[in-house]
Design a binder for this molecule. Sequence first.
Ligand SMILES: NC(=O)c1ccc[n+]([C@@H]2O[C@H](COP(=O)([O-])OP(=O)(O)OC[C@H]3O[C@@H](n4cnc5c(N)ncnc54)[C@H](O)[C@@H]3O)[C@@H](O)[C@H]2O)c1
Length: 449
Amino acid sequence: MLKNGPPQPRRYVLCGLSNRGIGSYAVPLLGLKQYPERGDFSAHGQLVGVYDLDRQRAESFVRLIGKDLPVFGPGGFDQMIDRTRPDVVVVATPDGTHAEYIVAALERGVDVLTEKPIVTDTRQARQVLDAEAASSASIRVAHNYRYSPLNAAIKQMIVEGKVGRIANINFEFNIDTYHGSSYFWRWNRDRALSGGLSITKGCHHFDLLNWWLDDLPQTVFAFGARRYYGPDSPFKPAAPDDRRLDADEQKRLCPYRRQWFGPGKLRPEDDHVGRAEDIFKLPYGEQYDNKPPMYIYDEQIDIEDTYSTVIGYRGGASVTYAANFSATWEGYNLSINGTGGRIECRHFTTPSRCPFPVEEHETIYYTPLFGERQTHTLPPPEGGHGGADPLLKADLFIGPSERSRSLNQAATSLEGVYAVAVGEAVWRSAESGEPVRIADLLGAWAEPT
Ligand SMILES: NC(=O)c1ccc[n+]([C@@H]2O[C@H](COP(=O)([O-])OP(=O)(O)OC[C@H]3O[C@@H](n4cnc5c(N)ncnc54)[C@H](O)[C@@H]3O)[C@@H](O)[C@H]2O)c1
């Protein structure tokens, strides 16, 4: 819980008018009637200011929605706090910039609600944890995956003791060619801005594992590589005369592009892969447009797209985790083995993009160690990220439900940091060929009080 808690309605400022910031925070807090699917939380919270590196983008937004909402640009963060007196700063900028704004808000005694990942490395992690310890305010991390009905049902089974003491977990996460390739033409492809895919995306998965296990990761060993994207991609189109193709020419010949955007193809619905495609179609003048067009085979790409990892936990459980960002379907394969039995689940995040027919409902199989298999069926999820986003928003803006409290769904700063620490350990281990101890990355913060 944030230290400065209710009374409601609380005053929010949004730092980062991003696609996520608009869809998950600005629109629901403003209760814009055109977007009923985003929810209306205007009775519980008030949006009182917007800050963005790109002042024009923010000003266009305010003009479009027709609200009298103050906008602040570069250098205006403190001024925003002075003028709008918020209770909460929502941080929804690119990941590598979160730490700066989190620390600035905490130093002013204002609570922080930050998008995942809380930070992009453990050096930043120590800065924000130190700042929180010295502040009257606190941080909450919007780890939405904990809220999907499927992931929460799995947690519930574990809490009820169905699998007993967990021995090991196998977790394979596939990100399909549509979603996976999108990371390579956006800011996420730059480790300085995202931490790499083991952090910007992997933090979701490592947070789920830490949360399901209710334990702390201790040692990580990983392989990781770039097999699909970047300048050495086997799919990089070449000109017959060895001429260097520009980004637009590459796009015309690119198999990823042809698969999803070619003639006769319907661009799939997705709320978080667009570059200039937030729901208001606002241009990203500062973030992208003044630079040469980016594409998925560029030299600058410095992150991996494939990982295989083993994680050891303090309590003795072990995890095998694999992620692939150019997969044929999107979702996960999960099995959890314990002294009481086994949970198995195959989850399709986007059935509409799957190249074979899949059921829309979710199924969890549970087999007691010495018993018959039981099948638990959940209805098709409603709302973003497997039905997680509407539940997360209610929890954030109205307050935690009884179920949320019992499952410990609200992620603290330290929990957010542990998810990042595993992601950093993954790429560092892949780079060095050595196991990485989480305590060596977190220093004094590795021993929570
Ligand atoms: N929880 C989820 O499922 C989920 C999904 C998508 C994105 N996210 C997170 O949301 C955040 C935003 O991601 P996005 O893809 O929507 O972003 P985006 O690319 O749509 O927008 C980024 C915004 O930040 C602004 N910006 C860039 N650098 C800045 C800086 N230094 N200071 C202030 N503003 C700056 C840009 O002008 C732009 O308006 C990220 O942390 C991302 O990881 C979370």
